[in-house]
Design a protein around this ligand. Structure first.
Ligand code: ADP
Length: 909
């Protein structure tokens, strides 16, 4: 009998020391002796067991069956002599409650019989117990197998089923398995089962605290829980039974049976059976949980290593290294185990020897290894930076060299980039004319605490030279107020940009642009100012020079007698100087915005803008004489030079113009032209007299003839009418000549107009043709119906033609004086192409001496006798044609001079 069984017997409320009932000797004074009469009536009782029997109420005759439970009464039916030779198993009512199991036999005793019985209760209990234990073991085996074989995902379900099975088998209303919680600070319900109708004592994951530990002193045995306050948190007010499961570390789980009295419900199960049952449930469960937790941890570790690009390594026998799978993968290694040589081969040559030496030191002296190395996963791949750390574990022969590698490429790259940026910045600062400075805020003042190295080459000062208020000493005395103002503004507004002069060590002033920003702490209080000085001396001086030069030019422009202005392509003035303003009768300030075109006629303006349109970056200048109607003056003529200013695409941005008033010159020219015209008229006087004489002669002849007829009295009306009509025609002819002379003698109009040049030829011929014919000069006219227009003055072109024809006539007549047979002629013709029209005047007067050809257009050049020639005819004609945009030229033809008037065709809208 085991101690457990002893304990268990106590738990089941059994009296200790109950002897077994097998093979007991028939000894009087042992067991129970019942003296019976022949009918089976009890005469008296003997032996110690008799005290345990239920006392019957005293009656006269008591039969043996009165002491027996009903089913035993059947065994002893009849009389004692019938029972001889049989083993009688009888169950007696006992005082304690449970029946007393007795075995015995009868033997004759005197007249009666002696029934000798021994207590076989323990023997039967043993058997039952053995059977129960067997079944319990079988159940435990089943449960263990079920839990061991099932997958983790089904574990909870299978455990639930097994708890239910145990509950049903042992009639346990509430059954639960408690395990230590994750932090191992207390017990918690892992899973529970409640039979239908049983109280719901627990819920999954319910914390039980440490109350169960109080039972632990008696572990590893099954324990009946007394209803103590500290266990009421586990079992409530109900009785309970807790069976521990112990592993190497102690109690690892509790099988809790609540609302349950094991002594009554499972009296046959010993402590060992309960412990075995708890083990069958808890051991595979905990094993499975542990395995799962371990698996999860491994997975987490793997994930962590893969995420961090890290992993462990271990060196074996100084020859081989094993790497974590994630590490081998990220290094592109085919296997996780490789020779040290191969591992070193992956390390960049620059780091290889250091790693080898540190590894050796780790191996020899256990010096911890810590190194950053570059590794090349494969040939083309980029280098990766790894931090390698290692340590020696254990001592002596069992020493292991283990460590980890962490991918720090990101950090290294950032470090390198930051270092490069830093170096670039340093370079930039060192090579720039900027000085970076830091001023610390100390009680309302800003004290320099740092200057970049560029301070020395720029000003020759060091930080020490500028500390303790010395900086102000270096600021130019005239600019100190600006400097103090700058500090105040910086402290007030947090930022400032200003310029002032600072004296260098040699006493030379430098213009500095000071840009500063104030940095504040979390409370908004000033901490320091960071700023830079930029040497802008050259720029400042250059700007001053530009300003001075601009001022000089401004004075030049302002004081110039010429009109100077700038205007946009739409003729709006941007600027105009005083002379221009004076002409336009306003102040110079009023000029911007005024449109130059407002003083021009529509035609002038059109011609002006057309001329501007022809300006190009290659030919940006154009000069012309423009005619304006100025306020208070009738007309003004300005010689106007424009210079276009273009952008990069060649678009005209603005025009700069210089002008001079040419009105007086123009007036003189007009007067000259007029004089020349009058002179021409004077010259033509003879021809004109002839021109008028001719009709007068015709009229006189007609009148004489009419008078003669009248004298004869032979006057018919028809004859008279005919003569009068002829006279009228001659009057009209004379009137036309006079009219044209009057028109010709007028001053030219101010503005040019388009006209057909053939009109000028007609006008000229009307004045000259009769006269020429009278002088015997043949006029050769080439019929033409040109429909073209030129721009200018028709009377002036006529004047040119008259000059040419009169000159031709003079040459012809002087030639005929020498040669009476000479047949003089003048040919006039016109032709045009798409751009110009040419009028030809040619004669057969022998031409102009080659040496004189260049000079004949000069004013006052004449070969005619004094008082005859003025020498102005061709010069004025040249001016007129040029003013019309054309050209007057001459060359000698076959027989005489050949003059050409070439005029541009007018563009008529
Ligand atoms: P003027 O007729 O008063 O001399 P012009 O300027 O008209 O002044 O002419 C200048 C000179 O040119 C003339 O004196 C003459 O010598 C020469 N000339 C002009 N036209 C002809 C011509 N058709 N043939 C020959 N000589 C000419």
């Amino acid at each position: 009998m085991s101690p457990g069984d002893t304990l268990f017997g106590r738990l089941l409320n059994r009296p200790p020391g109950t002897p077994e009932a097998t093979n007991l000797p028939l000894v009087p004074g042992v067991g129970l002796q019942v003296y019976l009469d022949s009918e089976g009536h009890v005469e008296h009782l003997g032996g110690p067991v008799r005290h345990a029997l239920l006392r019957l109420t005293a009656r006269s005759v008591t039969h043996l069956t009165d002491y027996l439970l009903p089913h035993s009464g059947l065994v002893v039916e009849g009389r004692p002599q019938d029972w001889q030779g049989q083993t009688l198993d009888l169950d007696f009512f006992s005082q304690a409650g449970p029946p007393l199991h007795l075995r015995g036999w009868v033997q004759p005793q005197g007249d009666g019989w002696l029934l000798h019985l021994l207590d076989i209760g323990d023997l039967l209990g043993e058997r039952r117990q053995a059977r129960s234990r067997e079944q319990c073991q079988w159940l435990a085996g089943q449960i263990r197998e079920q839990l061991r074989l099932c997958s983790f995902t089904r574990l909870a379900q299978v455990l639930g089923e097994q708890l239910q099975r145990v509950s049903q088998y042992l009639h346990i209303p509430c059954l639960a398995l408690a395990v230590l919680d994750d932090q191992e600070q207390g017990w918690q319900i892992h899973q529970h089962y409640c039979a239908p109708g049983a109280p719901q004592l627990w819920s999954p994951a319910q914390g039980l605290g440490t109350a169960l530990d109080s039972l632990n002193s008696a572990a590893p045995q099954a324990l009946q829980a007394s209803v103590q306050p500290r266990l009421s948190s586990v079992f409530g007010p109900n009785p309970g039974f807790a069976v521990p499961y112990c592993d190497a570390q102690g109690v690892a789980a509790w099988l809790l049976c609540a609302d349950y009295d094991a002594g009554q419900q499972a009296p046959d199960l010993g402590d060992r059976d309960w412990l075995a049952l708890a083990t069958a449930i808890a051991a595979p469960l905990l094993e499975s949980l542990r395995e799962h937790r371990h698996q999860q941890q491994l997975e987490r570790l793997e994930a962590l290593q893969a995420l961090l690009g890290t992993g462990w390594w271990e060196v074996f026998d100084s020859a081989e290294v094993q790497l974590a799978r994630s590490l081998a993968d990220s290094l592109g290694l085919p296997a996780t185990r490789l020779s040290l040589q191969d591992w070193f081969a992956r390390v960049h040559p620059a780091d290889r020897d250091e790693l080898r030496s540190q590894l050796q030191a780790l191996q020899d002296e256990g010096t911890p290894l810590e190194l950053c190395v570059r590794l090349q996963p494969c040939e083309q791949a980029q280098l990766l930076w790894y931090r390698v750390q290692g340590q020696a574990l254990g001592i002596g022969a069992g020493r292991r060299l283990v460590g980890f590698m962490l991918d720090i490429s990101d950090i290294k790259n950032q470090q390198q980039q930051a270092a490069a940026a830093h170096a670039r910045l340093d370079n930039l600062i060192a090579s720039s004319p900027a000085v970076i400075y830091v001023q610390r805020y100390v009680e309302g003042a800003l004290q320099p605490t740092f200057f970049s190295a560029s301070l020395q080459p720029l000003l020759g000062w060091s930080l020490a030279d500028c500390s303790d208020g010395a900086l102000v000493e270096h600021v130019h005395p005239d600019d100190r107020a600006v400097y103090f103002q700058r500090t105040r503004q910086l402290l007030r507004e947090g930022t400032v940009s200003t310029r002032y002069r600072v004296l260098d060590r040699q006493g030379h002033a430098h213009w500095l642009l000071d840009e500063a920003k104030l940095l504040r702490d979390d409370l908004g209080l000033p901490v320091e100012a960071v700023g830079l000085w930029l040497d802008i001396t050259e720029a400042t001086l250059a700007a001053e020079q530009v300003r001075a030069s601009e001022e000089r030019y401004r004075i030049l422009v302002e004081d110039s007698p010429a009109m100077i202005c700038r205007y946009r392509p739409d003729l709006t003035l941007i600027f105009g100087n005083r002379p221009l303003a004076t002409y336009l009768e306003c102040a110079p300030e009023q000029l911007p915005g005024v449109n130059l075109g407002s003083w021009m006629s529509d035609e002038q303006r059109a011609a002006f803008t057309q001329r501007l349109a022809q300006l190009t970056p290659q030919v940006p200048v154009s000069t012309a004489e423009v005619n304006l109607r100025l306020p208070g003056r009738e007309h003004a003529w300005w010689v106007w030079s424009d210079r276009g200013v273009f952008d990069e695409q060649g678009r005209l941005l603005e025009v700069q113009a210089v002008g001079r008033d040419n009105t007086e010159v123009r007036r003189s020219q007009q007067q000259l032209t007029q004089s020349a015209k009058m002179a021409t008229l004077g010259e033509m006087a003879t021809g004109l007299a002839h021109e008028i004489n001719q009709p007068l002669n015709v009229m006189r002849m007609a009148i004489v003839n009419v008078l003669k007829r009248l004298g004869n009295g032979d006057v018919q009306v028809d004859y008279l009418t005919d003569k009068l009509n002829r006279i009228d025609a001659q009057v009209q002819r004379a009137a036309r000549v006079v009219d044209h002379m009057r028109v010709f003698g007028r001053r030219s109009e101010i503005e040019q107009h388009p006209f057909n040049p053939l009109e000028a030829i007609d006008g000229t011929l009307s004045l000259l043709s009769e006269g020429l014919r009278g002088k015997g000069v043949e006029l050769r006219l080439k019929e033409s119906d040109l429909q073209v227009q030129v721009r200018g003055y028709v009377d002036q072109l006529e004047q040119v033609l008259i000059n040419l024809m009169v000159n031709a006539r003079d040459a012809l007549l002087s030639k005929r004086e020498a040669d009476r047979d000479f047949q003089p002629w003048i040919a006039v013709s016109a032709e045009s192409d798409e751009h110009v029209v040419r009028l030809w005047v040619e004669d057969n007067g022998g031409g102009i001496d080659q040496r004189l050809l260049e000079r004949i257009f000069e004013p006052f050049f004449t070969t005619k006798p004094v008082g005859v020639g003025t020498g102005l005819g061709l010069s004025v004609s040249y001016g007129i044609v040029e003013n019309m945009g054309g050209r007057l030229s001459v060359r000698n033809g076959d027989e005489g001079a050949r003059f050409c008037i070439e005029l541009p065709l007018a563009v008529v809208d």
